[in-house]
Write a protein that binds this ligand. Structure first.
Ligand SMILES: Nc1ncnc2c1ncn2[C@@H]1O[C@H](COP(=O)(O)OP(=O)(O)OP(=O)(O)O)[C@@H](O)[C@H]1O
Ligand SMILES: [Mg+2]
Length: 233
């Protein structure tokens, strides 16, 4: 089966000379359709840098990335934004919701930007907020929501354009155990639905729920554990 994501010799370095930081140092990766991949490693080892390049949020210094067979490592800003809207859902540690918009409006926004009619965006947002257990909070601003609720809104927003790939960077990093459990259950459901997930995490429960676990150190993959067949031959 063709991988959803194919990465070859991907590189991002910062600084120069003695101050050179090899944030991501020539890594190769294939992510199979429906695979749930967890990436772990110490602070500063390059996890976020990697994830940003996988999601066309950041441009590599070297190497190539294909998403669904399409090269995405040299896109213009506009093309990258369009691709992200259409094909990639992001969930961040700090939620990144728009403070001035209600939960429903936050979820609708990427759908509207992708060209959905207001009615269709509204319908999809309502269904997703219901799914994440927040139908009764749809009219609340983020400030009136708990951290766990904000993150569930962020997951709903990430799903609104039905992306083939969901990327999450420490999605439970700012949450207490109970709220993290809600997000974990949501990710387990998405995995069971066959969505492709790449999750950067310190949370052992999320890591243990993945199909495969990659450990990074100093910008490189130093260990890999496969928990379940990935479908890649
Ligand atoms: N914009 C930047 N300019 C300079 N150095 C950077 C920049 N972004 C990241 N780095 C460096 O690259 C390395 C990898 O950073 P990255 O944020 O990917 O780590 P991380 O594994 O996500 O860490 P954490 O677990 O703390 O989030 C770090 O040494 C960091 O200081
Ligand atoms: Mg990080």
């Amino acid at each position: 089966m063709e991988p959803v994501l194919r990465v070859r010799r991907l590189r991002k370095h910062y600084g120069a000379g003695g101050g050179l930081v090899r944030a991501v140092d020539d890594v190769d990766l294939d992510v199979a359709p429906g695979e749930a991949l967890a990436v772990v490693g110490p602070s500063g080892c390059g996890k976020s840098t990697l994830l940003h390049m996988l999601g066309a949020l950041d441009r590599p210094d070297g190497g190539r990335v294909w998403l669904g067979g399409e090269r995405i490592d040299r896109l213009s800003e506009t093309a990258a934004a369009r691709l992200r809207r259409r094909a990639i859902g992001f969930v961040f540690q700090a939620f990144h919701l728009v403070d001035e918009l209600t939960a429903r409006e936050n979820v609708e926004l990427p759908a509207l930007l992708a060209g959905a009619s207001p009615r269709a965006a509204r319908r999809r947002a309502a269904a997703l907020l219901d799914r994440v257990g927040l139908a009764d909070r749809a009219g609340h601003l983020p400030a009136a929501l708990s951290g766990g609720q904000r993150q569930r809104v962020a997951v709903a927003r990430a799903l609104v354009n039905d992306p083939g790939l969901l990327l999450a960077d420490e999605p439970t990093g700012n949450l207490d155990t109970a709220a993290a459990g809600d997000v974990l259950r949501l990710f387990a459901e998405l995995r069971a639905e066959g969505r492709t997930l790449v999750v950067v995490t310190h949370d052992a429960r999320i890591a243990a729920a993945a199909d495969r676990l990659i450990t990074m150190r100093d910008g490189a993959f130093v260990d890999q554990t496969v928990f379940a067949p990935s479908g890649l031959v």
